[in-house]
Design a protein around this ligand. Structure first.
Ligand code: AMP
Length: 280
């Protein structure tokens, strides 16, 4: 496994691989790797000849300065986790390398980037599109892998590659969870032991809600999820929306779409956790 820090060196290495017609797979991450990330890497290694993983805490996608400053940075440990996976290149650039000049591009992907996370974290998806497009230009992968934990992010990335004509296949991988249901996240390390005990309530409630979803109407299911979680004084639902999984538009009735997903964000103490569940 090779660790490269510059786009130039990365491109030189990958040019040689591409000369041999190797299929290039790519997993973009912000590091602090856990089994969720590693599941994407496993898919990538299996389905490609060469796996590239990037580790870069992208400043332009953080709308909260405190969140950026406290985001865990564990490059050495991350590389140790990647070494046995079959990942061939770790791309770990500096901010100066990725942003030699401020990126002034603003994107408009319509609804998929405006609702939910788009509304609650202004500028977040614009920053995501900036960095992921730059990474795609650097790696020029055949396949890229993203986790369904960030459900809306996948829709934004799909819209972006379409809009920019970037020839890459976007592959979505299922959410990896702890045994108690909590979706793995780099931010989970910020939970106090007490909050860590409470956090699985989110996944538990979402799962429970799928059991009576067809019988209760959409509004009742939303209210059930929000009220159940908010009953705990340490938890506060920021939003819970049940949407068409393709357009991300809210639905009013279970017959409104064939593919339906509920997306939630909850403050567990100070820690902002996201999760989602498929109803249909
Ligand atoms: P991040 O480092 O948080 O930007 O995440 C990098 C990639 O890993 C994104 O595509 C995430 O959706 C994915 N990811 C993060 N957590 C999980 C998880 N628990 N299960 C599956 N994928 C995940």
């Amino acid at each position: 496994m090779k660790i490269v820090n510059s786009i130039k060196e990365l491109k030189q290495n990958l040019a040689l691989e591409k000369q041999e017609n190797k299929l290039i797979g790519f997993v973009p991450t912000m590091g602090a790797l856990h089994e969720g990330h590693l599941s994407l890497v496993k898919h990538c290694v299996k389905e490609n000849d060469v796996c590239v993983v990037s580790i870069f805490v992208n400043p332009t996608q953080f709308n909260d300065k405190h969140d950026l400053e406290t985001y865990p940075r564990t490059l050495e440990k991350d590389c140790a986790l990647l070494e046995p996976t079959g990942c061939k290149y770790v791309f770990a650039p500096t901010a100066e390398e990725m942003y030699p000049e401020p990126d002034t591009r603003t994107f408009d992907f319509g609804t998929v980037s405006q609702v939910m996370e788009g509304a609650k974290r202004p500028g977040h998806f614009n920053g995501v599109a900036q960095i992921v497009s730059k990474l795609f230009y650097a790696v020029e992968p055949d396949n890229a892998y993203f986790g369904e934990k960030d459900f809306q992010q996948i829709a934004v990335i799909r819209a972006m590659v379409k809009q920019l004509n970037i020839p890459v296949k976007i592959n979505a991988c299922p959410i990896v969870r702890e045994a108690d249901g909590l979706a793995l996240s780099s931010r989970n390390t910020r939970l106090t032991p007490e909050l860590r005990q409470k956090a699985p309530l989110i996944a538990r409630t979402l799962k429970e809600s799928t059991t009576f979803a067809p019988d209760k109407n959409v509004r009742e299911v939303i209210d059930y999820v929000v009220n159940t979680i908010n009953k705990d004084s340490d938890m506060e639902v920021e939003y819970y929306e049940i949407v068409d999984g393709n357009t991300l538009e809210s639905i009013n009735d279970w017959s409104d779409a064939d593919y339906i997903v509920g997306c939630i964000t909850v403050y567990c103490g100070e820690v902002r956790l996201i999760d989602n569940i498929r109803y249909k």
